[in-house]
Design a binder for this molecule. Structure first.
Ligand code: SDX
Length: 437
C-alpha cells in the first residue's frame, strides 16, 4: 500500500501514502491541488491530519493514550507533573539530575514581574479566570521578547511553565478578593500552586498530601492530547512565527469553549441542575437525545475516542478515592455515575459511541479540592500547558514548517456590479438585531 489512486474528471491520479508508527494510514495530499486542480473539503478536520508528530499517540477505537510511547495508565500512576512536562517538551524521561535542574529552573522563575500584578486591577471582579489567564499569558510577551535562538526559546518555555501557575492562582485570589500569595521556592509545582491558591496571611496553611496527589494526577492526565482544538490553534498561530506566549494565549482561548475544555465547568453546572431538579437524570438523558433540544450531556462524547476515554476511567476511580480520603461525599458523583450507567445502556449513546470523556469526572475532584467551578478550565489549561509547548516546539523546530493557510470552497454570489447607496432599495430580508445599550 504505497500509493492511493483518485479518479477525477476521467483522469486517474496517484498520491503517496504515509504510514505512522502504529500503522495509521494517511493519503499525502500536499500535491492534490497542484496535480488535480481540486482541493479536499473536511469541515471540522475530522478526517484531516495537520502534521506528523512524535509526541502523543491516541487510538480512539481501543481507548489508548500514550505520551512519547508511555501508556497514560503507567504515567498517571508513577510520574510527577514536572517529569511529564520534561518528557513531553524534551522527548525523554529525565534522569534525577535532569529533573532536579528542570525543577530548580521552573521554581526560580515562578515570580511574575511586579508590573504584571497591576494588570489585575483593571479587570472587573467577575472577570472569568480563563480570560484573565489568556490576557496575562499574552502580556508576558511584553516582558520577555527573546528571539528564536534556542537558549531564548528554552528560557521562555521555563518562564511560561513557572509563571502560568502563579497567574492562575493570582486570578483566583483576585476573584475572591483575597491578598496575593507569593510563590515559594521550597515547594514542588503542585504544592506551590495549592499554597498560592488556598493560603491566607492570617494563618498557616498545611498542604494536604491528598490534594497534592490529586492535583498531580489531574495535571498529568490533561498534559497533552495530540491535535485537539486548542493544540491545533497553538500550531496555527505558531506557524506564522508569532511568539510562544501569543500562541499559547490563543490556545487558552480555544480551550475555554464549552465543547472543549470549558465542558468541565458545564458538567458540574449540569449535575447541579439535575440535583436541583430532584436528581431526575433520566429526564436529562432524554433531553440530550431530543434533536429539537439543544441540551447535550456535557462531558460525554469525543471526536477521537469511540470507546472509553482512558483518562475518564482513571478519574472515575480517583474521584471515589479522593472523596473517601477527604472524608466528603458528593451527591453529584452519584448522579454522574447514574447518568453514565443509563447513557451507556441507551441505544442513542451506544449507536453514536458516546462515552464519558476527561471532563466528566474531573470537576467532581476539583470541587472536592475546594477549587471553584469557574477555575476548572484554568486547571485544564495548566495541565495542558506542557502539551501545547511541546507541540509548538515540534512545529517551530521543523525545517519544513509552512504557515497554516487552509483553502475553501466558495459558495457565495457570483460577480456582480457594486450598487451606490442612493440606488439601494429596502428589501424584505432578515435584519441583524442590534441591542440598544
Ligand atoms: C475535550 O479533541 C480532544 O482531544 C479534546 C479533549 C482534549 O483532551 O483536548 O479530549 C478535551 O474537549 C473533551 C470534549 C469535551 N466536550 C464535551 O463534553 C461537550 C459535549 N460533547 C460534544 O459536544 C461532542 O461530543 C464533542 C464536541 C466532544 C465532539 O463533537 P463531534 O465529534 O463533532 O461529534 P458531533 O457533535 O458530530 O456528534 C455526533 C452525534 C450527533 O448526533 P447525530 O447528529 O449523529 O444524530 O452525537 C451526538 C450529536 O448530536 N452527540 C451528543 C453528544 N455529543 C455528541 N448528544 C448528546 N450529548 C453529547 N454530549
Amino acid at each position: 500500500m504505497d500509493t492511493a489512486k483518485l479518479l477525477l474528471n476521467g483522469e486517474e491520479y496517484e498520491f503517496p501514502v504515509v504510514v505512522g508508527t502504529e500503522d495509521e494510514v494517511a493519503v499525502d495530499c500536499t500535491k492534490l491541488r497542484g496535480t488535480t486542480g481540486a482541493i479536499s473539503l473536511d469541515p471540522g478536520y475530522g478526517n484531516t491530519g495537520s502534521c506528523a508528530s512524535t509526541i502523543t499517540f491516541i487510538d480512539g477505537e481501543k481507548g489508548i493514550l500514550r505520551y512519547r510511547g508511555y501508556p497514560i495508565e503507567q504515567v498517571a500512576e508513577q510520574a510527577s507533573f514536572e517529569e511529564v512536562c520534561y518528557l513531553l517538551i524534551y522527548g525523554h524521561l529525565p534522569t534525577q539530575a535532569e529533573l532536579d535542574e528542570f525543577r530548580a529552573l521552573v521554581t526560580h522563575h515562578s515570580l511574575i514581574h511586579e508590573s504584571l500584578r497591576h494588570f489585575f486591577e483593571g479587570f472587573p471582579p467577575n472577570a472569568h479566570p480563563m480570560m484573565v489567564l489568556s490576557a496575562m499569558v499574552a502580556s508576558l510577551s511584553a516582558f520577555y521578547t527573546g528571539t528564536a535562538e534556542e537558549e531564548d526559546v528554552n528560557l521562555n518555555i521555563i518562564r511560561l511553565l513557572a509563571k502560568a501557575k502563579t497567574i492562575a492562582a493570582l486570578s483566583y485570589k483576585k476573584s475572591v478578593g483575597q491578598p496575593f500569595i507569593y510563590p515559594r521556592n521550597d515547594l514542588s509545582y503542585t504544592q506551590d500552586f495549592l499554597h498560592m491558591m488556598f493560603a491566607v496571611p492570617t494563618e498557616p496553611y498545611e498542604i494536604s498530601p491528598v490534594l497534592d496527589r490529586a492535583l498531580n494526577l489531574l495535571l498529568v492526565l490533561h498534559a497533552d492530547h495530540e491535535q485537539n482544538c486548542s493544540t491545533s490553534t497553538v500550531r496555527m498561530v505558531g506557524s506564522s512565527q508569532a511568539n510562544l506566549f501569543s500562541a499559547i494565549s490563543a490556545g487558552i482561548s480555544a480551550l475555554w469553549g464549552p465543547l472543549h475544555g470549558g465542558a468541565n465547568q458545564k458538567v458540574i453546572e449540569m449535575l447541579r441542575m439535575i440535583q436541583a431538579d430532584g436528581g431526575d437524570f433520566g429526564k436529562y438523558v432524554n433531553m440530550a437525545k431530543d434533536k429539537d433540544d439543544p441540551f447535550r450531556l456535557m462531558g460525554f462524547g469525543h471526536r477521537v475516542y469511540k470507546n472509553f476515554d482512558p483518562r475518564a476511567t482513571i478519574l472515575k476511580e480517583a474521584a471515589d478515592a479522593v472523596l473517601e480520603e477527604l472524608g466528603t461525599d458528593d451527591p453529584q458523583l452519584e448522579i454522574a455515575k447514574n447518568l453514565e450507567q443509563v447513557a451507556l445502556e441507551d441505544p442513542f449513546f451506544v449507536d453514536r459511541k458516546l462515552y464519558p470523556n476527561v471532563d466528566f469526572y474531573s470537576g467532581i475532584i476539583y470541587r472536592a479540592m475546594g477549587i471553584p467551578t469557574n477555575m476548572f478550565t484554568v486547571m485544564f489549561a495548566l495541565g495542558r500547558l506542557p502539551g501545547w509547548i511541546s507541540q509548538w516546539k515540534e512545529l517551530t523546530e521543523d525545517p519544513h514548517m509552512r504557515i497554516s493557510r487552509p483553502r475553501q470552497v466558495y459558495t457565495g454570489a457570483k460577480e456582480r456590479p457594486f450598487v451606490p447607496i442612493e440606488q439601494r432599495k429596502e428589501e424584505a430580508r432578515e435584519k441583524p438585531e442590534f441591542v440598544t445599550v
